[in-house]
Design a protein around this ligand. Structure first.
Ligand code: MN
Length: 745
């Protein structure tokens, strides 16, 4: 070992020791029982287990478990069991030690958590499930046993996201996509709002680096303006609260780049049009902890004496906390400058729960107060368990179902007896029926909402009183899947449909056997295969179902097929690339040999010959894109923000490839643009003149509808790239009667 190496090793050892001491210091300052010995034992064990191994960043591997343990302790507020499990979380996966070893050394609890955190391989959940989806499944299974598993997993993910720069770009997309798709929503659901925001922001930064930089720069540029607004707005509030003898502090909260971007995308507005970038947070020490809700309202009243409150924007999360445990009073006031500003009023304890989620909850749990959000969390975990108990044959379905259950904001509805039920926003009467009981759902024919008869797909609103109507003759229908919004309803409907399918298949099997016998054809699997292929079906099961339901009646054609009279067969249906016309002419490299670390370079020549443009999101040059290596050895190009690509990142992440545009405006792409505005003479004429004559861009087609003086329409333009779309939008925005204009994704 050279002298330099020796110095390096010494420095590294010192850094490792310092990182560990830092954790101990934070732990000792917390309210947890002091189990320093056990934590030290876990540290020493992990340190020697990972010895000699380095991360992508070049750091000794042990720095990662240390960082995760620090997050678990300092940012989530968990105790010794979790700190030990965090220190040990990669030992079983990356070294020769087994869960058994951990159990012998550290006991059942820690071993169970480490086991839950260890990835699995092999087809435990069925052949179709991808490894990633299986991992989530295992994670969630263990999570419903012990919530600390998922909390540590989130800490692990947070540290991996913080160090994502050291990963190759295709891995960055996979990890960032997965984070946005599943980890950030779980963090939110568990009330870890600070961590959720950081995860979203980091994902955004790696998936759309340019957009991120642009927004960050704009936030910086407008900061001074906001500082002035903030101090003008808060000075009178502070004076008034001080006069009341209130102990408080007040801070300005700036919206994160990701949520700004998200809002810009969703509402089709520019950065400058987002009015709630600044919010004001008042955090107070209650005089009497039992009376903190009242004190929130007292502060609210004091502010209403200074500013006018927005009549529709008072949010009482005190009496009805969010399902993740969040409590606060939100109100929006008109500043003297004529801008609406949201004020969030919380006690110290509410603030801690808002930032640390359920972990902080546990801290206060023993202080003897009834806690409704605790029960909410149990309910949620129970639902997750139910989903897991119901086997889902398809990995993507499973991910979607779990995701459905993560995102919801809640509404409150009442049963006829006046009982209150929490439901996700946008849920239907049928969702409510399923949430009460599977039988009610399966036989639901409609509902009475506020004594008025409504259909199954009626969307419920907060405060509705709902009575579910059933009939024994009602049967589950596949079309129900198109409108239900809760995971529970979805899984139950799918299960019922699978049952119905099995019955049809049994009937079909019988009819098929009769047919083969009557025609004196053998009941062999290759005969049956010929029949399903002749009907353009994908499997024997599909054939049996079609026969059972009567949609296929076996006849002479089938006999011909078996006797070898060949017929034309339609190509089979493929989900990710619907049109076969754009099938690449050149064979791309094979998945197993392609260099996945090298980004694809997409040129005018190779675009159509080597790649497929995804039908779901139709990217054009200038869009942030990625490649997906599909099952048929084709590379499909998706937008990085495409929802289908998000699912792929989370389920088949190792098939994601980085991709860059290298096109030079020789190809045209059809792009739909949405326009909305006030109808007036000549508006349409003006639009077409600007696009066609002023900008010299071709219009493919146009549909416009006008109603009550408002027009809304779609224009398909022929453009080279995103730059031209932007030019169209910027120019048309200046037309007097146009209110919204945006590319349709
Ligand atoms: Mn890890």
């Amino acid at each position: 070992m050279g002298q330099d190496d020796e110095i390096k090793t010494m420095n590294e050892e010192a850094a490792i020791n310092a990182a560990f001491q830092d954790i101990l210091d934070i732990y000792l300052a917390s309210q947890h029982r002091k189990k320093v010995e056990l934590i030290t034992k876990a540290f020493n064990f992990a340190r020697q287990a990972h010895k000699g191994v380095r991360r992508h960043s070049g750091e000794p591997y042990i720095m990662h478990p240390l960082a995760v343990a620090r997050i678990v302790c300092a940012e989530i507020g968990l105790g010794s069991t979790s700190i030990c499990a965090a220190l040990l979380h990669d030992v079983v996966e990356d070294t020769d030690y087994t869960v058994e070893d951990i159990r012998n050394l550290f006991g059942e609890k820690i071993a169970m958590i480490v086991d839950g955190l260890t990835k699995i391989s092999g087809g435990v959940f069925g052949m179709q499930a991808s490894e990633q989806a299986e991992n989530f499944k295992k994670l969630l299974l263990t999570m419903s046993e012990d919530i600390r598993v998922i909390l540590i997993k989130i800490a692990d993910r947070l540290h991996n996201m913080r160090t994502l720069e050291f990963m190759p770009v295709n891995k960055q997309y996979k990890i960032a996509g997965e984070t946005l798709y599943i980890y950030a929503p779980i963090a939110y659901r568990l009330g870890l709002s600070k961590i959720k925001t950081e995860l979203e922001n980091l994902s955004f930064r790696y998936e759309h680096p340019e957009e991120y930089a642009k927004i960050e720069k704009k936030i910086e540029k407008t900061q001074q303006e906001r500082d002035v607004l903030y101090s003008e707005f808060t000075t009178p509030i502070c004076q008034s609260l001080e006069k009341m003898g209130c102990k408080f502090y007040i801070i300005g909260r700036v919206k994160s780049p990701y949520s700004i971007w998200n809002k810009m995308q969703k509402k089709h507005v520019a950065f400058e049009d987002i009015y709630d970038i600044l919010a004001v947070r008042i955090i107070f020490t209650p005089k009497d902890i039992e009376d903190e809700n009242n004190e929130c309202f007292k502060i609210y009243n004091a502010i209403t004496r200074i500013y006018d409150a927005h009549p529709d924007r008072l949010r009482d999360w005190l009496n009805k906390p969010r399902a993740n445990g969040y409590r606060a009073l939100h109100a929006t006031f008109m500043s003297k400058r004529g801008e609406w500003i949201e004020v969030q009023i919380r006690s110290e304890r509410m603030n801690e729960v808002a930032e640390q989620g359920i972990a902080a909850h546990w801290k206060y749990k023993n202080q003897g107060e009834a806690d409704s959000s605790e029960g909410q969390l149990d309910n949620w975990l129970h639902t997750i368990k139910e989903i897991l108990d119901d086997p889902q044959p398809n990995a993507l379905d499973f991910l979607d179902t779990i995701k459905l259950n993560l995102f919801a904001t809640e509404i409150f509805v009442f049963t006829p007896k006046g009982e209150i039920k929490t439901m996700p926003q946008n849920c239907t009467a049928l969702d409510l029926a399923y949430s009460i009981h599977t039988f009610l759902g399966n036989h639901c024919i409609g509902a009475k909402v506020n004594h008025r008869l409504v259909s199954l797909n009626h969307v419920l609103n907060s405060g509705d009183q709902v009575e579910i109507l059933t009939s024994n003759s009602q049967h589950v229908d596949a079309s129900w899947l198109t409108f239900v919004t809760t995971a529970k309803a979805r899984t139950k409907i799918q299960a019922a449909l699978r049952r119905q399918k099995r019955i049809l298949q049994r009937d079909g099997e019988e009819l098929l056997a009769q047919f083969l016998e009557k025609e004196e054809l053998g009941n062999y699997s290759n005969n049956i295969e010929k029949i399903w292929k002749q009907h353009n079906l994908d499997s024997r099961e599909q054939l049996l179902e079609a026969i059972g339901s009567g949609s296929i009646v076996l006849g002479s054609d089938d006999k011909d097929a078996l006797l070898g009279n060949k017929k034309f067969r339609f190509p089979s249906f493929s989900f990710f690339s619907r049109s076969k016309s754009n099938k690449p002419t050149a064979e791309p490299e094979r998945f197993d040999t392609v260099d996945r670390k090298r980004p694809l370079n997409i040129t005018d020549d190779t675009l159509h010959s080597s790649y497929i443009i995804a039908d779901c999101c139709k990217p054009i040059p200038g869009d942030d894109i990625l490649g997906y290596y599909d099952e048929n050895n084709r590379i499909v190009i998706h937008k990085r923000k495409c929802p289908i690509a998000d699912t792929l990142k989370s389920s088949h992440g190792d098939r994601i490839l980085a991709a860059n545009w290298d096109t030079h405006r020789t190809l045209h792409f059809q792009v739909p643009i949405m326009v909305k505005g006030i109808d007036g003479i000549g508006v349409l004429n003006e639009i077409t003149t600007i696009i066609y004559q002023e900008l010299g861009i071709g219009i493919q087609k146009m549909t416009i509808e006008s109603k009550d003086g408002i027009f809304e329409g779609t224009i398909w333009v022929n453009v080279h790239d995103v730059e031209e779309v932007r030019k169209i939008c910027d120019t048309l925005k200046k037309v007097k009667n146009i209110q919204t204009i945006a590319r349709i994704d």
